[in-house]
Design a binder for this molecule. Structure first.
Ligand code: PMP
Ligand code: GLU
Length: 397
């Protein structure tokens, strides 16, 4: 008998993780799949960070740490915020968690009461909507289009805010669209937020360093909204440390304190060894980060050129993160071997089973016309993936 609580019974499985799992299973059966599903850098963690972790084990950093993280790691994060983002967060405004994913759910659960409205620019990262539902918040999507580079306008934001709005889930660079808001666009959004003092913002800046346009701008650097912004970041993307599990927030002290309390009951601190390695990552300069970014840019240009050669695909030119989010609706209604492709879910499965390429359906990101392709893999695999995509799509009549 199954008697699960409604909160988990009604929760969607993470589509990114599910697709990655399906791909792993097919590969283990001997299928040759090019995997563009999971958003994770294919690089190894830089050597100086790995060495710091080994030393931490030998030096005996094997015990529980303070829930919010060691003070010197929070100091390193405080220094990073000031140096790179012009943000002034003291160590007591910083909470380190088991990945940015936990940083975000901590903040959502600490702020959102059942029935509170949460504004979600759409497309959004899969887990945002699930997290709002877990907090029993009410999702208010702001729909964007590929023509507008999937960005919301200040007018759309203004129109979405009601007296019940508690939170905005914002991200730039954005997963899945790769959109990056420039300084003027962010300033205009900040001006709207400033006029509504009951509204808070989670600004997820995990892709800060994978930004091909201007220098990254943090929303909290606009002083008139800084006391209502929770800045989220982490090591997963910039330092190729997805498995190490370290994310963090900088936030008003009362919010940081609440997240510390929440985490103290849920998970306690993240891994002591990862935290010691974080100091090496944060204080070690951005040379390896810049090398990875250069590789991502080269791959982006490669894939952009190849995608544009395929008939019927509409796409923006992403300026950050490592995803393409092409609009595929021209292929809907076509069929292969009697199977009609009705939407992006059907298309993603068709590409997996008949094209041997793994992508994620846009429906999980709030846009069922699109699919998401991660280009965080080698040039050779990307070329092969685009060749397979093109020939699989050509099968659809
Ligand atoms: N935010 C966004 C937009 C993401 O794409 C991800 C997933 N990589 C995360 C947060 C969570 O990252 P992590 O938990 O690995 O730090
Ligand atoms: N964030 C990555 C992605 O979007 C990793 C998977 C996940 O955490 O959902 O693919």
């Amino acid at each position: 008998m199954q008697d699960l609580a409604a909160r988990i019974a009604n929760l969607n499985e993470s589509a990114t993780i599910k697709m990655a799992q399906m791909t792993r299973e097919l590969k283990s059966q001997g299928r040759d799949i090019v995997d563009l599903s999971l958003g994770e850098p294919d690089f190894e963690t830089p050597v100086h960070i790995r060495e710091a972790a080994k030393k931490a084990i030998d030096d005996g950093f094997t015990h529980y740490t303070p829930v919010a993280g060691y003070l010197d790691v929070r100091q390193a994060i405080s220094d990073k915020f000031l140096r790179e983002n012009n943000l002034k967060y003291a160590p007591d405004q910083i909470v380190i968690s088991t990945g940015a994913k936990q940083s975000i759910i901590n903040a959502v659960l600490c702020l959102v009461n059942p029935g509170d409205e949460v504004i979600l620019p759409t497309p959004f990262w899969v887990s945002y909507s699930a997290m709002i539902r877990l907090a029993e918040g009410v999702i208010r999507e702001i729909t964007t289009t590929v023509e507008a580079d999937f960005k919301i306008s200040p007018e759309q934001l203004e129109a979405a805010i009601t007296p019940k709005t508690k939170l905005i889930m914002f991200s730039s660079p954005c997963n899945p669209t790769g959109s990056v808001y420039n300084h003027a666009e962010l300033a205009a959004l900040a001006d709207i937020i400033a006029r509504h003092p009951h509204v808070y913002v989670i600004s997820d800046e995990i892709y800060e360093h994978i930004n091909f346009s201007d220098k990254h701008v943090s929303l909290a650097s606009f002083e008139h909204v800084a006391d209502r912004v929770i800045t989220v970041n982490g090591l997963s993307k910039a330092f190729a440390m997805t498995g190490w599990r370290l994310g963090f927030i900088g936030a008003p002290a009362w919010i940081a304190k609440a997240c510390d309390k929440m985490q103290g009951q849920y998970t306690s601190a993240t891994c002591s060894i990862t935290q010691r390695a974080a100091i090496a990552a944060l204080n070690g300069g951005l040379e390896t980060v810049d090398e990875m970014k250069a590789a991502f840019l080269r791959r982006k240009q490669l894939v952009f050129g190849l995608l544009k050669e395929i008939e019927g695909i509409k796409l923006n030119d992403p300026q950050g993160a490592f995803y393409f989010f092409p609009d595929m609706r021209n292929y809907f209604g076509r069929s292969f071997a009697g199977e009609v492709i009705r939407n992006a879910d059907d298309l993603a499965l068709f590409l997996l089973y008949h094209g041997n390429i793994s992508v994620v359906s846009g429906s999980a990101f709030g846009d069922a016309n699109c699919i998401r392709l991660s280009y965080a893999t080698s040039d050779e695999k990307l070329k092969e993936a685009m060749r397979r995509l093109k020939s699989a799509l050509a099968l659809l009549q």
